[in-house]
Design a protein around this ligand. Structure first.
Ligand code: SAH
Length: 394
């Protein structure tokens, strides 16, 4: 067993159970990619078992803070069983569920989503990459399923020095799945879709969007960054008369159209716009169009803390346009999935957007990641999705 010795004073974050050791904290020791190492303080005191990543800034990701624990097949199966058992208790109204959410489920770098009978995994760290076969077998045992698709093509792999890999890891067949979420049928493709195929983290926001639409009797709804039309279907089911969906991906819009049909809604109630959101919103403003409810769910605009300032301007611009297009008495559902933009900063950005639009607005509700995307108490880096339901006062 190889040992990683930290510099004096660098043990503090591990003692608080934060799961990362940065390269600069290490005094000596090295290992192969993904190899299990013993991390100890400058005085030689045991701190954690972790996985070593020679080319990553996050040099060690912690498996366990318990010196008696062995990092073997049994360890992975126990962690997976705990993660799956939590989801069982959450009584999620969908068969599209995040089963494993990385560090916050004690499995750093591992994402596993379940879409009906299909599992999709992303191996995003050297540690889970090394134990891939053991994890894949344990996943099938724990879930009783037979199909596991690998989507290890996220940019995090690069930072770990790992090449992109996609394809069936266990089982095979068609990569299209239809999930049953909040009473809706939603199709997705685990090979072609974003992330592992779908944005499961927004499940509860979509459910609430349907509820607010019904409550307020919204007629004209605008869904910006619609992807495969999750919020579009939600608004239609909430009784919206017409929903306009904008996305710059033609493939996503084709699937959104398909999802509207899957749920039996009249296609005449929908318009799909294959374009840039900013440009479309400016055009709508010029045409004098207005909406009763607007969803703004942009992609991650701040990939890291260094991008926060530019991202803040981009969030403000699109939110300002959103407020201007909103009828008095209407509601803006606005989101940010940038971890580097915190809840407080996001609220400030939205407030100044309303101010610049000359709109008086009030927060009706706050949204966050659905509970199958938990956040480790000692791992604030895991918190990323935040949303505000904002009412434009009449
Ligand atoms: N709300 C969706 C998820 C949105 S993901 C859901 O609930 O499933 C963000 C989407 O923004 C992606 O589909 C991406 O294609 C789209 N996108 C990114 N940049 C864009 C731009 N400038 N204009 C329009 N769409 C954009």
């Amino acid at each position: 067993m190889k040992t990683i010795r930290l510099k004096a004073g660098k043990e503090r974050s591990l003692l608080r159970r934060h799961p990362w050791v940065f390269d600069g904290a290490i005094d000596r020791g090295r290992a192969d990619p993904g190899e299990t190492v013993r991390v100890e303080s400058a005085e030689g005191r045991f701190l954690a078992w972790g996985a070593y990543a020679p080319s990553s800034k996050i040099r060690v990701r912690v498996w366990s803070f318990d010196e008696a624990e062995r990092i073997d097949a049994g360890f992975f199966e126990r962690r997976l069983r705990t993660a799956a058992a939590l989801r069982e208790r959450l009584a999620i109204d969908s068969d599209g569920v995040r089963l494993v959410h990385g560090e916050s489920d004690g499995l750093p770098g591992l994402i596993v989503d379940r879409y009906g009978e299909t599992l999709v995994a992303q191996f995003g760290s050297s540690g889970v990459e090394r134990h891939k076969a053991v994890i894949a077998d344990a996943l099938l045992r724990v879930t009783g399923l037979a199909r596991l698709y690998e989507r290890s093509d996220a940019s995090v792999r690069q930072r770990e020095g790992l090449p992109p890999v996609t394809g069936w890891l266990r089982g095979g067949g068609a990569t299209e799945c239809v999930i049953h979420e909040n009473g809706w049928h939603l199709s997705l493709d685990v090979a072609e879709g974003h992330k592992t195929g779908y944005y499961l983290d927004q499940r509860d926001s979509r459910r609430d969007c349907a509820a607010w639409t019904r409550r307020f009797g919204f007629e004209e709804v605008l869904n910006c960054y619609s992807y495969t039309g999750g919020f579009t279907v939600a608004a239609l089911s909430g009784g919206a008369r017409h929903v306009t969906s904008i996305d710059s991906s033609a493939a996503a819009l084709a699937r959104a159209r398909h999802n509207v049909a899957l749920n039996g809604f009249d296609p005449a109630r929908c318009t799909f716009v294959d374009a840039d959101v900013n440009a479309s919103l400016r055009a709508f403003l010029a045409e004098g169009r207005r909406f009763d409810a607007i969803v703004l769910d942009p992609p991650k605009l701040a990939p890291s803390a260094a991008h926060v300032e530019r991202a803040a301007r981009a969030y403000k611009d699109v939110n300002r346009l959103g407020f201007k297009l909103l009828n008095p008495g209407g509601v803006l559902f606005t989101y940010s999935c940038s971890g580097a933009v915190g809840v407080e900063l996001f609220q400030k950005i939205v407030a100044s957007a309303a101010d610049e639009a000359g709109v008086d607005a009030t927060i009706l509700a706050r949204h966050g990641g659905a509970p199958d995307h938990p956040t480790g108490l000692a791992f604030p880096e895991g918190e990323y999705l935040k949303g505000l339901v904002v009412w434009r006062r009449p």
